[in-house]
Design a protein around this ligand. Structure first.
Ligand SMILES: *Cc1c(COP(=O)(O)O)cnc(C)c1O
Length: 398
């Protein structure tokens, strides 16, 4: 485990294209021929592996990318989906049946929250939301019906860190699966190495990093990934969130530079957070000693990739948050847009956008107030220059 390095694992992959190309060939087919009719029957009955049948099931481009993601997360297997939500919803529907329960972190991505809170109860799958940084709350919420403990390694948007090793122990003791969304911190955290059973990502964010497509991944055991694509009862096979092979090929190429991008995002975000904190602004960033899980993060992280590319500025009111964001866009610090993990800085106020699915009362309870500005720091070459511009915007407001 101490030798585990997600970046080295990806570097070690050697893929040849069909004609000796340095990138694997892209599959441009929805369906695949069989030389013998009997082979096709065998594939449908699950007796024959390793044959491609139909691209919703598997295709070679998605297989290459999936293998690389399994290497990154240190899991036996992985699959790719057409969105992060496609990965999360397929995973939870595969693991849970009517009558089962989920214990989830209360600070999760708004779409995940809405799926757990509003959608799954239609199938009698109910969720208890707790503060997963408080292990006693997690243990107290578990019942004999609990099948899944769900959290984000670094939560959206509060940047809270959950203790994956401790949660994994609780999951194992209670016969549950620990599912972790690692979207905010690819390479920084390796949840499966710390005991998570399934790791999901929205690849729309850091992994692809170009703000040009939507995609997701599920990383887990061979058995679990195979079950997702079972032609009779696999959630991914039957719900059909298949990633297009051209996108898949593009994401694989971007994955090859992820380690460099993560280091630069983290360097830039730490530099800005430290300076804005010293200037007396209210900053949430897990790399600051004032962050409640700073020490925990240091124990959990793959250190060379830093504390991540996201920081949160508390501007106290929605009006001030909006004023700052408009000013920063005018000054070309970045774009006022949802999403994150892009080469360019992106900022939004989660209270009125990506977390608006969470009722106001619950948002206030978790400290998710309307004045928060979530900033995903880009790959800026000269972060001092960026700091000066942000500082100018902040000073203009007071
Ligand atoms: C964006 C996001 C998702 C959803 O991913 P999509 O690719 O937009 O479907 C899930 N979890 C987190 C933490 C996210 O930031």
């Amino acid at each position: 485990m101490s030798n585990f390095n997600p970046a080295d694992n990806i570097q070690d992959l050697q893929y040849f294209g069909e004609f000796g190309g340095v990138n694997p060939s892209i599959t441009d087919s929805s369906t695949y021929t069989f030389l013998k009719a009997g082979t096709m029957e065998g594939v449908f009955e699950g007796e024959i592996d390793g044959c491609y049948l139909y691209s919703r099931h598997w295709n070679p481009s998605n297989k290459y990318l999936s293998q690389a993601l399994a290497k990154m997360e240190g899991t036996e297997s992985a699959s790719v989906t057409s969105s992060g939500m496609g990965a999360i919803t397929s995973t939870l529907l595969q693991l849970c049946s009517a009558g089962d329960e989920i214990v989830s972190s209360r600070t999760v991505y708004g779409g995940t929250y809405a799926f757990l809170k509003n959608f799954l109860p239609k199938f009698n799958i109910n969720t208890k939301f707790v503060d997963t940084t408080d292990l006693t709350q997690v243990e107290a919420a578990i019942t004999p019906n609990t099948k899944v403990i769900y959290c984000e390694t670094m939560s959206n948007p509060m940047l809270e860190i959950s203790d994956i090793r401790a949660l994994s122990k609780i999951a194992k003791a209670n016969d549950c699966q620990l599912v972790v969304d690692n979207t905010f911190s690819p390479m920084i955290f390796s949840p499966a190495e710390m005991g998570a059973d399934v790791v999901v990502h929205s690849m729309t964010k850091f992994i692809n990093g170009m703000s040009d497509c939507v995609a997701g991944t599920v990383c887990g055991s061979d058995e679990f990934i195979t079950s997702l694509y079972d032609v009779n009862d696999g959630a991914a096979m039957l719900l059909g969130p298949v990633l297009d092979s051209f996108r898949s090929a593009g994401i694989l190429k971007n994955l090859r530079t992820l380690h460099i991008r993560m280091k630069q995002h983290s360097l830039n975000a730490l530099s800005l957070s430290t300076q804005l904190d010293e200037d007396g602004f209210k900053v949430i960033y897990p790399g600051l000693p004032s962050h409640p899980q700073h020490e925990l993060m240091k124990r959990m992280m793959n250190k060379e990739f830093g504390f991540g590319g996201l920081l949160v500025l508390d501007m106290e009111t929605a009006e001030r948050a909006n004023e700052l964001m408009e000013m920063m866009q005018d000054e070309n610090v970045g774009y006022l847009a949802v999403s994150l993990g892009s080469y360019k800085t992106l900022f939004s106020a989660p209270g009125g956008s990506t977390s608006s699915e969470i009722p106001e009362e619950e948002r206030m309870e978790m400290g998710l107030t309307d004045g928060l500005v979530r900033i995903s720091i880009g790959l800026d070459n000269n972060i001092e220059r960026t700091y000066e511009v942000i500082k100018r915007c902040l000073n203009k407001m007071n």
